[in-house]
Design a protein around this ligand. Structure first.
Ligand code: AHR
Length: 650
């Protein structure tokens, strides 16, 4: 060994020793930002799955209100009779409400009296939720055979009929279809979902019913609106966008089952609903207009996915002439969203109550078109791209085939503005992806939208029916995987411009779900956030607009640092996947004055711990103040913990 190389070795060894002596360190370079945080961080993705809308966010409590769920029987309805009262119910396609709703529910009461009424009951979505001191809005279409004009008694009652929670009466029923409206008010009752919605008469008669509806109070009291508690969960996340309507729900199993937006707007009596891919029919009560109001209610932008000529069972529309009507449909849809009130489709939006155009920046062409093994997506995308850009050059178009898919499935004939990547991976894979997945992406674009992602922690893939034996929402270990991946996306949000966890919702009742894990769970009365929900909310509500370079030494703790350029506030997100507390020296370089007091928000728990309807607060973030903060201070990240340290600088 030469003297020079000996000295070099010594310097290296001493150097290493010096670094080691400093211990686990994260150095944050606040002198100059490394990039801009995307203004579209964070967002939400939604579709009708796991009873996300019907039996979920959409306020309707009556199940199968239009009687179209099953052509063979009035599913979820039953006759109410007994004690001398006698009734029969049946579907009656001979007496449809109109051309759209091609059937009705016929009620034949052969015997009934004031003391023993007869009629029909709806079981709701796993019960009708009864809340104290609550006003319910009931409506229905009805007509009667000659000889009967009423009254019809409406009631929310216990499933055995013994307890009446709220009642109302409608009279003056005629022999032509007419809509009736009335309110029902509960008193000081104990909340329950063991209830049903009942319509009875107290004398013999024959009646037909359609669109039998019961709404509890909705978010911002919107007609045909949303469940306030579920809406609030999303509003609290401060989402920047909502990607809708899917997901598989956009495509349908067959072309005829796609989300045909024109059939989802206007009066409910003009919406037939449709066969959706997740095993149950959609009412489309939550249609295109409601999706847009939902965005507005959250102060989020719509990310509109348009049907692009591919459906799940492997059928596609050939690019060229065959595809033209679908392209036109997308152009019409965009006009409905953002066209002036004087335009053909903008006028319909105005008629619905929103003359102002909605803001639209991103349009996604299809969903997961890598499944289209005919390789037609390249040409289909190009056709949509040309037509949409010709009319709306300001729009950014998203291809549904990302870099995680084989080269031959991607779009090549034009350069998409954005590509959508989907990741459903184990926590362990997400922990690996957190270490560099997006560093290698070409900054010249296209930009990346991680349109669906979720870490799962069970042996079962999310779509595996065996996963239905597991809790519907993920546990703390999954939240660690999610948070780890978020540090990676955030650090690279100059190129990863949007992301959205999926699926967002699950009705936790038996049989309601097709997928796990899911972010937010609910039954008829309550809603809860999974640990992953809390992790995402921690990230999305502590963000800023500048990415700061954060270099970790001698630690496996993952980090993302960002700053709000207006206030100077720095957010340091730390994820510790190990089972030991991790003390980290936080060096802040390039900060002039650092306030000695800081705030921390910490989510830490046993990796198996989770939340549920009965225990919604098992894993929730804890906010604390810390003092003695200066560059080089030590912060201890709890075992299996996710922490956001908020530092004030001047
Ligand atoms: O999020 C559930 C499903 O996963 C989506 O519908 C689909 O896009 C993906 O395969």
């Amino acid at each position: 060994m030469t003297k020079k190389s000996y000295l070099l070795l010594l310097v290296t060894v001493l150097g290493v020793a010096t670094i080691r002596a400093a211990g686990p360190t994260i150095a944050i370079d606040a002198a100059s930002p490394a990039g801009k945080v995307s203004p579209y961080f964070y967002g939400l993705m939604t579709e009708e799955i796991n009873h996300s809308y019907d039996g979920g966010l959409y306020g309707e409590l009556v199940r199968n209100r239009a009687l179209l769920d099953d052509p063979a029987a009035p599913a979820h309805w039953s006759a109410v009779q007994g004690d001398g009262a006698s009734a029969a119910i049946a579907l009656d396609p001979g007496e449809p409400l109109n051309h759209t709703i091609g059937t009705s529910l016929r009620l034949d009461v052969s015997q009934a009296s004031k003391d023993h009424a007869a009629g029909m009951a709806n079981e709701g979505y796993w019960g009708i939720p009864v809340k104290p001191n609550t006003r319910y809005h009931a409506s229905f279409y009805a007509k009667a055979a000659p000889g009967f004009s009423g009254p019809i008694a409406l009631s929310i009652q216990s499933t055995d009929g013994r307890t009446i929670y709220a009642t109302a009466t409608v009279s003056g029923v005629t022999q032509t279809w007419k809509q009736y409206d009335v309110t029902l008010q509960t008193r000081s009752v104990a909340p329950t979902t063991s209830a049903r919605y009942v319509l009875t008469i107290d004398r013999p008669g024959q009646l037909w019913f359609s669109l039998v509806s019961l709404f509890p109070p909705t978010f911002k009291d919107q007609a045909n609106g949303f469940r306030p508690d579920i809406m609030q969960m999303m509003v609290d996340m401060k989402p920047k966008f909502l990607r809708f309507p899917g997901g598989n729900y956009l495509e349908g199993d067959q072309i005829a089952d796609r989300f045909e937006w024109k059939k989802t707007i206007g009066p409910l009596a003009d919406r037939p609903g449709h066969r959706a891919p997740w095993g149950y029919r959609s009412t489309d009560g939550l249609g295109l207009y409601e999706f847009l109001l939902w965005c507005e209610d959250m102060n989020a932008d719509p990310v509109l996915a348009v049907y692009a000529g591919y459906s799940l069972k492997g059928v596609h529309v050939n690019p060229g002439v065959d595809l033209e009507p679908y392209v036109q449909d997308a152009l019409d849809e965009i006009e409905y969203v953002m066209g002036p009130a004087t335009s053909k489709w903008g006028a319909l939006r105005a008629k619905a109550g929103h003359p102002q155009p909605f803001k639209l920046t991103y349009v996604e062409v299809g969903n997961e078109d890598w499944f289209d093994k005919s390789l037609s997506y390249d040409q289909r995308f190009a056709q949509f791209n040309a037509a949409i850009k010709a009319r709306y050059p300001q729009l950014k178009l998203i291809s549904t085939v990302g870099f995680e898919q084989p080269e031959n499935l991607r779009v090549h004939s034009v350069k998409p503005d954005v590509i959508d990547e989907h990741y459903y991976r184990t926590v362990e894979v997400f922990l690996k992806m957190a270490r560099g997945q997006y560093e290698k992406y070409d900054r010249r674009g296209p930009e990346v939208f991680v349109g669906e992602w979720a870490a799962y922690e069970t042996p079962f893939e999310p779509w595996n029916p065996r996963s239905r034996g597991e809790p519907p929402t993920p546990n703390m270990w999954a939240a660690i995987g999610d948070a780890a991946f978020m540090t990676q996306m955030e650090k690279n949000s100059d190129i990863v411009v949007m992301n959205g966890y999926a699926p967002m919702f699950v009705n936790v009742n038996p049989g309601a779900r097709q997928w796990r894990p899911n972010l937010i769970g609910y039954d008829g009365l309550s809603v809860f956030g999974s640990p992953s929900y809390h992790a995402i909310k921690m990230f999305s509500t502590h963000l800023g607009d500048q990415i700061l370079k954060a270099t970790a030494t001698d630690t496996d703790v993952l980090v993302s640092a960002t700053r709000d350029s207006r206030s100077g506030t720095i957010y340091v997100k730390l994820v510790n996947s190990s089972d030991a507390e991790a003390p980290i020296q936080l060096d802040l370089q390039g900060v002039r004055t650092l306030a000695s007091a800081a705030t921390t928000e910490v989510l830490a728990a046993d990796p198996k711990a989770t939340n549920s309807i009965d225990a919604p607060g098992t894993v929730v973030p804890v906010t604390s103040k810390i003092s003695g903060v200066k560059s080089g201070f030590t912060y201890k990240v709890p075992a299996h913990g996710i922490a956001v340290v908020t530092l004030e600088t001047h």
